[in-house]
Design a protein around this ligand. Sequence first.
Ligand SMILES: [Zn+2]
Length: 397
Amino acid sequence: MEKIQNIQAGWLIDGSGDAVRENMLIRMEKGTFREIRPVCASEPPLGNFLDLSDYTLLPALADAHLHLFMSGTADQEIREKQLDADFSEMKTVISDHLKQLMHCGVLAVRDGGDYAAHALRFRDECADPAEIRVCIKAAGKAWRKEGRYGRLIGRPPGKNRNLAQAIAEESQTADHVKIVNSGLNSLKHFGKETPPQFRPEDLAAGIRQAHEMGQKVMVHCNGRLPVKEAVEAGCDSVEHGFFMGKENLWRMAERQTFWVPTAITMKAYAQQLPSGSAEAGIAQRNYEHQLKQISRAKEMGVPVALGTDAGSLGVFHGRAVAEEMKILMRAGYSLPQAVQCAASQSMKLMGIPNRGRIVPDSEATFIAVKGKAENITETEKEMLLFLSGKQIYPASV
Ligand SMILES: [Zn+2]
């Protein structure tokens, strides 16, 4: 029988949103947390002991919205190549992204789609758990309306077929369904909204169909009407949700619909576009507007899961998660609450309930970051990664 392993942690963020606790003892057995309690000064020395008293422990993180087929690079040549790559080239690209994610403590991802369903194929053909330690949830190709935004990530249902029929026929092997129900944010006119892509009844039927197949539905939507119709149609998460407005936040709080704000996308645009250009200025205003919406969502009790849209211009796989956590903190979340969004809330949305919290009986999958809790979002921190109680990064000693 495997022995109990004991860890002393300098600081602990357990993923529930509760305050940081200092000097904690974590006991694990068979890859599961058994007991979590303060270190007792008078107790005799424990066997099988790992001293992490100068580390902060927190649950492994998740990115609930990214695109594994694209890199965040601003190098136009690389971006174009990735949009035209066949699966054999794409395998290396995706595998590199997953390594980058793992090195940032991200052990679960929800892919929001690509035009060739490369990420879904990778999940099926290449994600050997002995090699790829990141749990991949993939949508395959997203659904969009003919002639509307979303060509790079999906396709329309096609002629003589509505959204629900298309989902029934082609989304069976996916983990979840992705529907695109608006355009992108304008970088020319601040706050310009686009109309919904699908009729409300078609959207609702599509979502019902996915739910009958046991799949959740993530809906790309910005602006008041596209978000309203997605929430009322019963979507599981609103993706982006820029300029959705207060009424939608109330609606989502009432229904407990998840929001994945991906605020980093606009911050990255503001940094990547030519400095001083009108587009960079509008991207910055979009970002600031989103910060206000996030603060409001927090006050209203909208469940927020952390997603980054990594693969978007200037948004890099892995490190974008800490960046988005800092953005949540700028909007009023405490550090433990931001971790909660990136861990337990994202895992819940992704259907991985045994990860994302450091509590008895959940899977002992966690990260240990060198230093005090308040410094963990700093980049390039020394980090240890544990999967089911075993250290997997750096290679176990
Ligand atoms: Zn996306």
